[in-house]
Design a protein around this ligand. Sequence first.
Ligand code: ZN
Length: 344
Amino acid sequence: MRATVMYGAGDVRIEDVPDARLIQPTDALVSVARAAICGSDLWPYKTMEHSDTGRRMGHEFIGVVEAVGTDVRTVKAGDVVVSPFLWSDGTCVFCQEGLQSECLHGGRYGLDEVDGGQGEAVRVPQADGTLVVLPVGRDDALMPSLLTLSDVMGTGHHAAVAAEVGPGKTVAVVGDGAVGLCGVIAAKRLGAERVILLGSYPDRIALGTGFGATDVVSERGDEAVERVRQLTDGLGAHSVLECVGLEQSTHTALSIARPGGAVGRVGLPQEDSVPDAIATFFKNVTIAGGPAPVRAYIEELLPDVLGGRIEPGRVFDRVTDLDGVPDGYGAMNDREAIKVLIEL
Ligand SMILES: [Zn+2]
């Protein structure tokens, strides 16, 4: 079968790889129908050292179950399924607490004989705990929005939950990438009265406004902080969603939280320490977040996608086939595309 392999920074290839197959009795074999390139795939695209063997890529996908192992009970051949970006057993202590991202028997795609999502098929471990059956056909018009349940919509929702978004609150979203834009959707969905989007790309801002952002701050650094203060009577936002992960964006997020507020971090931190420890201490600011347990959120978000009440699939502004994936990485890296959908 064919799949995406990264050999180093800027070096993404579509290659023949061994066919995905069942190995464990808890596995499902899924033929991929839609996949995506993630903003987090751009970190290795920028920095990965050359590897002779390469690294299989992709962790967001929807597909059709081709076969299941003998222990699998909740999915069967022919089911259309979405996978969260991590696999998990659904039964361990952390899964039962809704923190499937810390599953004791879970893991990541693209490692240890588990295929990546950007390919023709995937062996999905712990299929019962991982996969969610979708009540739609393989080529349903809702596919782009359903695909966001594998990562970006669940991650934006996690940021909003961690930032304690609720009715009547003022929310600020730092970052206008796909996750930040889904964070706008999530904040609005959870009842935020005001959603301030911090971002600077016109196409992304337009999308964010369409998703419910009430204010846009395009300044950066201290000017952005000052602008948010002006917009909030000098108080800051109750809830801040940090959807970038850089030191500067984290500093901005922590600086615009009002006393007693909360910052939900879902941008992968690029620094080892959290800035502003003293200032946030004296403001009683909660700092929360981490890798999103998106599996915990799929059932909650799915009815709103099926009912058309939220349309996170609009973050996909480019569609390609598998052969176009290397160009898709380039387009996202050059900010020519917000997020790339792969159709198989
Ligand atoms: Zn578990």
